[in-house]
Design a protein around this ligand. Structure first.
Ligand code: NAD
Length: 275
């Protein structure tokens, strides 16, 4: 058993509460949804239609059956339906996790359509979801939002104008929404994961985690990559009352990626003190 994938839930921290996690059938969103369920929340998740059945099976294997609503977050009508279905099923809405994103990674070659889709699923979708969900949070006296951002919101990466620009916009959305929703007792924060073992990354590694973890892990001070549950725990912290005085900010969950200098972990330097 990989020790980085084990987490002991804090009993019933979210009992009686309702959470909506976009992109909650797979990867980081699935880990967040599962931990919320384990801590007592009622949960709705969205996903693209091809992911619905696999998502249902993955939750069933852990003994849970969240509401799964399939559709595309780039569509305003779907976002409205998702929030309406969640409230119709559970009667309230306390927490929103904006997680689904477009992985289109293009730069000089990006078309206007690429940019628009990245923005529509990403910051525009996140913004609309906050607008819609916060109306229901107001009715229960407050709530909390976590936007899943990325290390890509801070740094330049090759051929990634679409993705990094969209993640950069999430940072400003988090600040502005945090400010405007504070009077309603609704906190808005983000988490910024480093390289995390989810399906796209696994595909890029040809399924060989043992080979690529130490290679791509070198981008992080911890010398390894992240597992989805390691994003879930900080996300749940930001949603919980333990974070009652935290809003409008980002929590890097990046194994030290953002603090690493050009020398990396020091493998190629001969300066005193380096490895
Ligand atoms: N994996 C990483 O290394 C990494 C690093 C930093 C940030 N992130 C961020 O984490 C989040 C989740 O990524 P992941 O790697 O877990 O992805 P994933 O591919 O494992 O899962 C994505 C989920 O989002 C859903 N989804 C995707 N596009 C959608 C759309 N247009 N409409 C509705 N649902 C949609 C999918 O159906 C699925 O449920 C994203 O915001 C991503 O940018 C990932």
């Amino acid at each position: 058993m990989n020790p980085h994938t084990i987490r002991i839930p804090i009993a019933d921290r979210f009992k009686g509460k309702v959470a909506l996690v976009t992109g909650g059938t797979n990867g980081i969103g699935h880990a967040i949804a599962l931990e919320l369920l384990r801590e007592g929340a009622s949960v709705a998740v969205s996903c693209l239609p091809p992911d619905a059945e696999g998502g249902r099976a993955a939750f069933a294997a852990t003994g849970f059956a969240p509401l799964i609503v399939a559709g595309d977050m780039s569509k305003e009508d779907f976002c409205r339906q998702l929030v309406a279905d969640t409230v119709a099923k559970f009667g309230r809405l306390d927490y929103l996790v904006n997680n689904a994103f477009s992985f289109i990674a293009k730069g000089l070659d990006a078309t206007r359509t690429d940019f628009l889709y990245s923005l529509e699923v990403g910051p525009l979708g996140f913004a609309l979801m906050i607008q819609l969900a916060s109306e229901h949070m107001k009715q229960v006296g407050g709530g909390a939002v976590v936007n899943v951002s990325s290390i890509s919101s801070w740094v330049a990466q090759p051929n990634r104008w679409t993705y990094n620009m969209s993640k950069g916009a999430v940072a400003q959305l988090t600040r502005c929404a945090g400010l405007d929703l504070a009077p309603h007792n609704i906190r808005v924060n983000s988490v910024s994961p480093g390289w995390t073992w989810t399906r796209e990354v696994e595909k890029a590694a040809g399924g060989d985690i043992a080979k690529y973890d130490p290679i791509w892990g070198q981008f992080h001070m911890l010398g390894r990559m992240c597992y989805p549950v390691e994003i879930a725990a900080p996300a749940l912290f930001l949603l919980s009352n333990d974070a009652s005085f935290i809003t409008g900010t980002d929590l890097p969950v990046d194994g030290g990626y953002n603090g690493l200098g050009p020398e990396g972990l020091g493998q190629n330097t001969k300066l005193a003190g380096s490895k």
